[in-house]
Design a protein around this ligand. Structure first.
Ligand code: FAD
Length: 427
């Protein structure tokens, strides 16, 4: 997007085209204006339009320009935090509600894909959280215990079982989560946009919202070439948010995460590595992830930004790391590379804010936005339609806060990952 092959990489190369859209022009009236066209905004727009509301979604650049078009495509169930920690931090009422909703996140994604016939390379065979060493094993054992106690379809796999599924014997074990899956993330976002338009929503791209003004009981949003007046505003800009509501972005620390994609591997290698096509990530502090796409490219990702010296450092490291992880691959050639910013909150929990009267937002998904954004978009729609009161939301209403020294922390993650990869950490 924007002629930058480092922003959306493989996903832009292989996604079906986005539905045709244009910039907002003139003065428009709607029931609801949605700001931002990632999963949250598109799911909000789709569900509102299906309920008969007049909804207009405005996107600053293109559909899926933010995290939705750059991520790894792991459709995870639940948050980064383990279930008991969520209950501890949110209390039983909100905690159970959040766990119930997000545990069902992948199922909601699958239902939308099926209902709207979205072509997005969906594979519903689960994910493997791979344990590195004894401490990694202890982590996933505890997760397995907690999810198992809640009846979730998770299974702890032994070292041998893990090696059989992945094709290499390097992990102490893994947690198989059968609720989860993998997806082509930009294709899913574009498919949601198509479904929202078919349901009656209007989507305008190249329409950054520059200002918001209260006009009586409504709001008037201005873009460069038009205005929209609406009774409700759903702000769905998350870690890519800028004015007029930068609060969601400001309360998150943006951690960069990159991916490299190989050329399609030969048939034998494709059969030997991840034959079940699960999506994988590991328990390392500087996490690694890997998965296949539909054409048989192997994707390998980790923390870091592909800019400045980072591009060469992370590329060289990824090449060595991939060879070391999967020695059977031999010489590695990358066909695509890209990175994006994952928004992390200080307690690893997402947020719901009422930014002003009738201006609402969910944000802060901590690297778990495919299911979460889809579910929270539906919840936002229900809230705006009056079907779900504020007290019945999955999160309490909070004031946006701002972490201390955000720029320093973000620089620390970017530089720290680069140093770790430059010195060849874990190679
Ligand atoms: C590299 C990376 C890897 C990730 N891996 C995974 C993964 O494997 N699984 C998973 O579940 N999650 C993953 N995530 C997280 C996930 O991508 C995000 O949580 C998700 O995209 C958030 O969705 P969203 O719709 O809320 O926001 P986004 O997808 O970020 O969309 C926000 C949109 O708002 C637009 N916008 C901003 N300001 C304005 C304005 N003023 N006017 C109009 N539009 C505006 C932006 O252009 C953007 O398109 C990853 C994220 C990254 C970056």
């Amino acid at each position: 997007m924007q002629n930058d092959p480092l922003s959306h990489g493989l996903w832009e190369m292989t996604a079906p085209p986005a539905p045709p859209t244009s910039a907002l022009k003139g003065e428009v009236r709607a029931d609801v204006a949605v700001v931002g066209c990632g999963y949250t905004g598109l799911s909000t727009a789709l569900h509102l339009a299906e309920a008969g509301a007049k909804v207009v979604a405005l996107e600053a650049i293109e559909i899926g320009f933010g995290g939705a078009g750059r991520n790894v495509g792991l459709v995870n169930a639940g948050m980064w935090l383990a279930p008991d920690d969520i209950i501890k931090r949110l209390g039983a009422d909100y905690g159970e509600r959040l766990l119930g909703l997000l545990g069902g996140g992948p199922a909601e994604v699958y239902a939308l894909v099926d209902k709207h016939g979205i072509d997005c390379e969906l594979v519903r065979n689960g994910t493997l959280h791979c344990a590195v060493g004894r401490s990694g094993l202890a982590k996933i054992e505890e997760r397995a215990r907690q999810w198992g106690a809640r009846g979730a379809p998770v299974r702890l796999l032994t070292r041998a079982e893990t090696a059989k599924r992945i094709g290499v014997d390097i992990y102490a074990g893994s947690l198989l989560d059968l609720r989860a899956g993998i997806i082509q993330p930009l294709a899913y976002a574009r498919g949601l946009a198509g479904a929202a338009i078919a349901a009656g929503a209007a989507i305008h791209t190249r329409s950054p919202v520059r200002s918001a003004e209260r006009t009586g009981k409504a709001w008037t949003l201005a873009t460069d070439s038009g205005t929209i007046t609406a009774d409700w505003i759903a702000v769905a800009t998350d870690a890519y948010g800028v004015a007029p509501w930068p609060q969601g972005r400001r309360e998150q620390i943006c951690v960069p995460y990159f991916n490299f994609a190989t050329r399609p591997l030969g048939a034998e290698l494709q059969a030997a590595i991840l034959p079940g096509r699960e999506g994988c990530w590991d328990t390392r502090l500087i996490m690694n992830s890997f998965r296949f796409d539909r054409a048989g490219r192997l994707l390998f990702g980790s923390i870091g930004a592909l800019r400045g010296t980072g591009l060469a450092v992370h590329r060289a490291w990824s090449m060595r790391a991939l060879k070391k992880t999967f020695p059977q691959i031999g010489e590695v050639a990358f066909e695509a590379q890209w990175y994006g910013m994952m928004g992390m909150t200080d307690d690893a929990l997402p947020r719901f804010h009422r930014l002003a009267p009738n201006v609402v937002t969910f944000c802060g998904y901590n690297g778990r936005g495919i299911g979460t954004g889809t579910v929270f978009g539906r919840v936002l729609a229900d809230h705006i339609l009056g079907k779900l009161s504020e007290k019945d939301l999955p999160l309490p209403v909070t004031e946006p806060d701002a972490p201390a020294l955000p720029a320093l922390k973000e620089a620390y993650y970017e530089a720290g990952a680069q140093i770790a990869h430059a010195v060849g950490a874990w190679l």
